[in-house]
Design a protein around this ligand. Structure first.
Ligand SMILES: C[S@@+](CC[C@H](N)C(=O)[O-])C[C@H]1O[C@@H](n2cnc3c(N)ncnc32)[C@H](O)[C@@H]1O
Length: 265
């Protein structure tokens, strides 16, 4: 089973948590694939939270699947800094925490998990999801959300230092004005409104990626077919010397995960 099928499974939607027979049946089906890295527990988030914060959906679960496909090589990177831009509910960072491992072990610092979101409600949900999904005290994944735009809170301090960058941006093509208002109002509209080609916010961030990535760094980006993925890859290569590929497509090529994995400095 693929995780995006889980996305349409009500068991992960708190909204219909009150249908125990359905939950039980779905748990039976889902537990047939024990090898799958579990989707983070989001049961602490409510419909009220999702009035203001992006509820994990098809794109989020595709993102988790793409990270899971790369789990072995991500683990072998021994990443020390992971940055998610636009963390929303905190589902994606909590998930990669399960792959990259704890922040500290025996008082030694391992991975640092940083997140930003323009929406303050999202930062709070990310923090709560981090707490909900931490491991045992000695193997804790500490998630540090910062309320700010893109990577601006870290840009000058993390030059060529970030090992894994994750971004599921507001990618939906909308009128430019809607995207502008959404960016200023910093609420749920900012989760999807992306301007005429859906790339208004993403294009700004793409210019910052090279400056952040470490020597072994990787960048994962969710995009829509309408965002012109070949053009994204070409710009990253021609302008920033970053080579990547489109790694996962689903469903019917609607969503793509772009994976930048080679840096030529
Ligand atoms: C499509 S949602 C993805 C949420 C979550 N990462 C996921 O995969 O479910 C996009 C997120 O980006 C955030 N966002 C939009 N513009 C942003 C900006 N300029 N800087 C940081 N975050 C932004 C939104 O608030 C929203 O939480």
């Amino acid at each position: 089973m693929i995780r995006s099928q889980q996305a349409s499974c009500p068991v992960f939607k708190p909204r219909i948590r009150d249908q125990p027979w359905l939950n039980e049946r779905l748990h039976q089906i889902l537990s047939r694939n024990p090898a799958m890295i579990p989707t983070p527990d989001l049961s602490h988030l409510t419909t009220k939270d999702y009035d203001h914060v992006y509820e994990p959906a098809e794109d989020t679960f595709l993102f988790l699947d793409a990270l899971e496909e790369d789990a072995e090589s991500l683990k072998n990177m021994h990443a020390s800094i992971c940055l998610e831009v636009g963390s929303g509910s905190g589902c994606v960072t909590s998930f990669i925490g399960k792959i990259l491992g704890p922040s500290k072990r025996n008082n030694w610092l391992f991975a640092v998990y940083l997140c930003t979101d323009i929406n303050p409600h999202a930062c709070n949900c990310t923090r709560l999801t981090g707490l909900q999904n931490t491991y045992l005290p000695i193997k804790k994944v500490d998630i540090n959300p910062v309320n700010g735009s893109l990577a601006t809170p870290f840009q000058s301090r993390l030059v060529h230092s970030v090992d894994v960058i994750l971004f599921n941006p507001p990618y939906v093509p909308t009128p430019e004005e809607e995207a502008l208002i959404a960016q200023t109002s910093k609420d749920i509209g900012g989760a999807w409104a992306g301007g005429w080609d859906g790339m208004r916010v993403t294009n700004i961030f793409l210019q910052a990626v090279e400056g952040l990535l470490s020597e072994k760094g990787r960048f994962y980006l969710v995009a829509l077919k309408e965002n012109n993925v070949p053009q994204i890859l070409k710009t990253m290569k021609d302008v920033h010397n970053l080579t990547g590929k489109a790694s996962l497509h689903r469903p019917f090529d609607t969503f793509v995960v772009v994976n930048i994995h080679e840096i030529n400095r």
